[in-house]
Design a protein around this ligand. Structure first.
Ligand code: DUT
Length: 151
C-alpha cells in the first residue's frame, strides 16, 4: 500500500508525545495531537488555532486530506472545529493547524499531546466546465431539498 509521507517538524513528537499512528488496522483517521508547551484553556465560545507539529506535502492532485473532529471530544466536551472541516490541499507544504472551537458551556483544558482531531486522506476528482442546454433526463430530475420525502 502506498503511504503518505508525513514530516515531523517538532522534536517532541516521538519523544514527549507518541508518533502518529492508526489506532487499528481499519482506522480511517490518524489522530492529530496538540503540539503545545503547556495546557491551553479554551473558554466557552473560544476558538484557537493549535499547531500539530506535523507537515505533509500530499503532492498528488487525486488526493486531499481532511481534518475532522473526534466524536468523543465533540459530543462530550463541545470541542469541535472552528472551520467545521479542515481541507488540506495536495500542494500545501506547511504545518497542519487545527482550529479548535469550544462550542460547549464549560471551559476545556487542552493538554500538550492531547488528541484533538483526526486526519483522513480522501480521493479527489477535479471538475471541468461546459455550457449545455439540458441533461439526459433522470428519475429525480431537478427535485431536491426534500422533494422525495417529508414536506
Ligand atoms: O484546518 C485546516 C485547514 C487548512 N489548513 C491549511 C492546509 C490548506 O491547504 C491551507 C489552506 O486552507 P484553505 O484553502 O481552506 O484556506 P483559505 O481560507 O481558503 O485560504 P487560502 O487558500 O487562501 O490560504 O491551510 C490547515 O492547516 N488546517
Amino acid at each position: 500500500m502506498k503511504k503518505l509521507q508525513v514530516k515531523i517538524l517538532d522534536a517532541r513528537i516521538g519523544t514527549d508525545f507518541p508518533l502518529p499512528s492508526y489506532a487499528t488496522p481499519g482506522s480511517a483517521g490518524l489522530d492529530l495531537r496538540a503540539c503545545l508547551d503547556g495546557p491551553l484553556t479554551l473558554e466557552p465560545g473560544q476558538t484557537e488555532l493549535i499547531p500539530t507539529g506535523l507537515a505533509i506535502h500530499i503532492d498528488d492532485p487525486n488526493l486531499c486530506a481532511m481534518i475532522l473532529p473526534r466524536s468523543g471530544l465533540g459530543h462530550k466536551h463541545g470541542i469541535v472545529l472552528g472551520n467545521l472541516v479542515g481541507l488540506i490541499d495536495s500542494d500545501y507544504q506547511g504545518q497542519l493547524f487545527v482550529s479548535c472551537w469550544n462550542r460547549g458551556q464549560q471551559s476545556f483544558v487542552m493538554e500538550p499531546g492531547e488528541r484533538m482531531a483526526q486526519l483522513v486522506l480522501v480521493p479527489v476528482v477535479q471538475a471541468d466546465f461546459e455550457v449545455v442546454s439540458e441533461f439526459t433526463e433522470s428519475n429525480r430530475g431537478d427535485g431536491g431539498f426534500g422533494s422525495s420525502g417529508r414536506h
